[in-house]
Design a protein around this ligand. Structure first.
Ligand SMILES: NC(=O)c1ccc[n+]([C@@H]2O[C@H](COP(=O)([O-])OP(=O)(O)OC[C@H]3O[C@@H](n4cnc5c(N)ncnc54)[C@H](O)[C@@H]3O)[C@@H](O)[C@H]2O)c1
Length: 248
């Protein structure tokens, strides 16, 4: 098993990509600390996970107190943190920049950027040497998204966090990489698509932009997160993995 004796903290584990990655990590032998600000969604998404190897915690990534609690309970139960998958995120709202709500902008930046910074401040110092940090960015972190201004800005910012953190973390052998999913039909993407018009029409337009001619499966993102979390990628830091079927 590729993650035996490793403990992973996964944020946003009640959502599609977090939960699917958690499933793959569980199959590969990891101990799991699964967090989400929606504890009911988390419970429902992970109810079949092996209990002795799973800790589920309701926690908001923007809260210092919650993140401290997650870290101390993870260490108490499993004795170490080897992988930190900073995956929780929100989409904001689709709107032209002239009409973009600054309140929505603040929420998106708080969760998608400050949420990761808080994790880096609190979890990183407690991680084992040789560990792996994976930050979820997006293809919107690599190209413009004219009606998703805040989302694109936040996902570009993740690259800055990765680049800045990889330097000091490398001194302890901790790797820091970013993951850039393309279109995966999660509740988040469906919400965004329905803001843009008829769902079937929007899906058709988006599919036309993908070289492989189809949306990406959550398992394909989870497999990339498995590679980045495992020792198979131990020579790799401050890099990105783009899993988008060829949009970028
Ligand atoms: N689905 C896609 O097409 C896609 C593409 C690129 C990047 N992403 C990124 O992947 C990550 C996961 O998205 P998903 O598609 O699984 O969406 P999702 O909506 O299914 O899951 C997101 C989860 O994050 C949780 N969350 C939101 N704010 C939180 C907070 N403050 N604290 C703790 N948990 C919080 C939500 O409750 C939810 O369970 C996000 O960072 C997203 O931006 C998704």
């Amino acid at each position: 098993m590729r993650l035996e004796n490793k403990t992973a903290v996964i944020t946003g584990a009640g959502g599609l990509l977090g939960r699917t990655t958690a499933e793959v990590y569980a199959r590969e032998g990891a101990n799991l600390v699964l967090t989400d600000r929606d504890p009911e969604a988390l419970e429902e998404a992970t109810k079949n996970f092996p209990n002795e190897r799973t800790l589920r915690l309701g926690a908001d990534v923007t809260s210092v107190t919650d993140t401290e609690r997650v870290t101390s309970q993870a260490l108490q139960k499993f004795g170490a943190i080897d992988i930190f998958f900073a995956n929780a995120g929100i989409e904001g709202f689709s709107n032209e920049i002239s009409d973009y709500s600054l309140d929505v902008y603040n929420d998106v930046m708080d969760i998608n950027v400050k949420g990761i910074i808080i994790g880096l401040q609190i979890i990183l110092p407690k991680m084992s040497d040789g560990g792996s940090i994976i930050m979820t960015s997006s293809i919107a972190g690599l190209m413009g998204a004219p009606v998703n201004i805040a989302y694109a800005a936040s996902k570009h910012a993740v690259i800055g966090l990765r680049r800045s953190t990889a330097i000091p973390a490398g001194k302890r052998g901790i790797r820091v990489n970013s993951l850039h999913p393309g279109f995966v039909e999660s509740p988040m993407l469906t919400r965004l698509m329905s803001q843009r018009g008829d769902l079937d029409e929007v899906r058709k337009e988006m599919t036309a932009r993908i070289k492989l001619g189809r949306f990406t499966d959550a398992e394909e993102i989870a497999n990339a997160a498995l590679f980045l979390g495992s020792d198979e990628s131990k020579g790799m830091t401050d890099q990105m993995l783009v899993i988008d079927g060829g949009v970028v």
